[in-house]
Every structure is written in C-alpha cells, then in structure tokens.
Design a protein around this ligand. Structure first.
Ligand SMILES: Cc1cc2nc3c(=O)[nH]c(=O)nc-3n(C[C@H](O)[C@H](O)[C@H](O)COP(=O)(O)O)c2cc1C
Length: 284
C-alpha cells in the first residue's frame, strides 16, 4: 500500500476518491459492539450514508442488548428484518422523535447498506481480499478493544478489525467506558501503535451544542474526520472565542463554517486566545 511520507495506514483513503481495488463496491465496515452509545453509531452511519458511501454493518451479539436498551429496537440480522430496524434506528432522534432528515434514510439504507451477522465468519469483511475502505468500531466495548488488540477474532466484528489492521487500512476505534482499567489502556495503546486511530467518545463543548443529540453528532463527526470522511455533522471551530454561544443550528443541520488555516478543523488546531478583552493582554 502506498502512503504519504510520515503517513499512517489509511492516509490514502479520503473517503471519496479513487476506485475500489478490483473495482465495484468499496464500503466502509462499521462494527457496533456492546458498549453503551448506540446513538454514536447511528450518527456515524447517517454521516456515511449522507456522503453516499456504502457500508457493511456488523452488530455484535452484545450490541443487540444495548440497542434494545437504548432504542427499544430488537435487532435481527436476517435479510427481511434489518432494513426496517435500521431505518427506524437511523430515523429517530435521541429524544425518540422522528428526525428531520428521516425521508431519505430508507432509500439510503436500501441502496448503500449490507448487514452481516456477527457469527458469520465467512462474510466478506473476514478476508483481506474483500475490498473495504477501512473500518469504524463505534461504540467500542472494552471487550472488543481487547479482542482486536490481541487479535482474538472471536466474531466477525473482531476479525474484520484485525483484517483492517493487517491490510494497513484505516481503523477507527471509539471506546465508551469510564474509568478505564490498566488493561484497557494498554490495549488502546497497542491499537494506536498498530496504526489504529483511538477516537474517544468525548464530546467537545466548543461547538455550540444545544442538546444531547448535538453532542452525539459532534463525536460522530470527529470520528468521521478521523476516518477521512467529509461530513457536516457539527459546527467546526473557526477561531472565534464565544461564537458558538450565539449559534442557532436549524433542525438536524449544521453550518458550513470553513476549516481553519492549513485545513485544521478542531479547536485544538488553533485555540488562540484571540482578542477577547476579558482574557487580558500581555503584561496583565
Ligand atoms: C446495557 C449494557 C451496557 C453496556 N455498556 C458498556 C460500556 O459502556 N462499555 C463497555 O465496555 N461494555 C459495556 N457493556 C458490556 C459489554 O456488552 C460486554 O463486555 C460484552 O461482552 C461486549 O461484547 P462485544 O465486544 O462482543 O460487543 C454493556 C452491557 C450492557 C448489557
């Protein structure tokens, strides 16, 4: 695989350009493991589908419990069952109401998504010769983190993640646990050292979130950033302290605030103190 100098696996994948090796469908694999945080998965999936990107979805057996607990949806992988369940999941806000962008979701699901049973180790993502852009594990349980870090491949989710690493493709892992044990911290470091991006489910409060859904979308948007997938799930830092407090997003939308100089797009990229007089100046 070719990578830019100093790049990490997946740096050639911008989420849009290029053709699939062997041509044809070139999906992102999304693994939903059994950590709390199914809204993060829903938001990341909506972002991928809104970008027109195909998705191969794997829901672990434990994630069926979290999905049932957090959404009331009983997940089954069978052909007839999942399209309706997925459409309902993606078409519902955190507060349980229908989303403003609900209309196109059924069509996107039908056109772009394939679901593989977590027990189906013969499914495409089990093999490195099955072309994928990379994989996002969202949310990532400590069990899946351990399994991926240790190469256990106990189910399709863990096997697909292992394949993603061995093929040098982008793997983004979104842990949801607190506090962490030393073992989980070591596993996360091991994943990082293997080329994965560890993107914690850690919302930022600089983006003007007015509700919990916006905090969820912030995390999902930064996860897609880490994957190199263009998205408008959240309001980006534009170098102006306090601007988010007067920001009024439309229902289910975000603005097109341009990225910072040099293409950075997070507050951490350029969080200078600006000219806010309350912060004082040199010599104060
Ligand atoms: C309702 C519920 C919430 C859970 N939340 C978490 C969590 O936030 N983080 C975590 O690491 N495990 C959590 N677990 C435990 C995992 O589901 C469990 O470790 C499971 O073995 C993970 O399997 P998987 O990685 O194959 O999905 C939760 C379990 C349930 C039933």
């Amino acid at each position: 695989m070719t990578m830019p100098p100093g790049g990490r696996p997946g740096d050639t994948h911008d989420g849009h350009d290029g053709a699939a090796p062997g041509a044809g469908r070139w999906p992102w694999v999304v693994g939903v493991s059994g950590a709390s945080g199914t809204p993060y998965a829903a938001s990341a999936l909506r972002g991928l589908l809104a970008a027109g990107l195909p998705v191969d979805l794997v829901v672990s057996r434990a994630a069926r419990l979290t999905l049932l607990d957090e959404t009331g949806i009983a997940w089954r992988d069978g052909d007839g069952a999942w399209p309706g369940a997925l459409t309902e999941w993606l078409g519902t806000t955190l507060a349980g109401a229908g989303r403003p962008d609900r209309g196109p979701i059924a069509g996107q699901v039908a056109r772009l998504v394939r679901v593989h049973g977590a027990d189906n180790l013969a499914a495409g993502p089990s093999s490195g010769s099955y072309p994928t852009r990379g994989m996002i594990v969202v949310p990532a349980s400590t069990a899946s983190i351990a399994g991926i870090a240790l190469g256990l491949s106990k189910d399709l989710l863990q096997r697909a993640a292992d394949v993603t690493l061995k093929e040098g493709r982008r793997l983004v892992v979104v842990p949801r646990e607190m506090p962490f044990t030393g073992a989980t911290l070591r596993h996360l470091l091991s994943l990082h050292d293997s080329g994965a991006v560890v993107a914690a489910a850690s919302p930022g409060f600089y983006a003007g979130a007015a509700d919990a859904q916006a905090l969820v979308d912030f995390v999902a948007g930064r996860v897609l950033d880490a994957a190199g997938v263009p998205n408008t799930l959240f309001r980006r830092w534009a170098g102006e302290l306090g601007a988010a407090r007067t920001y009024q997003p439309g229902p289910g939308t975000v603005d097109d605030t341009p990225t910072g100089e040099n293409g950075e797009n997070g507050a951490d990229a350029d969080a200078g103190t600006g000219t806010d007089p309350r912060l004082g100046g040199p010599g104060d």
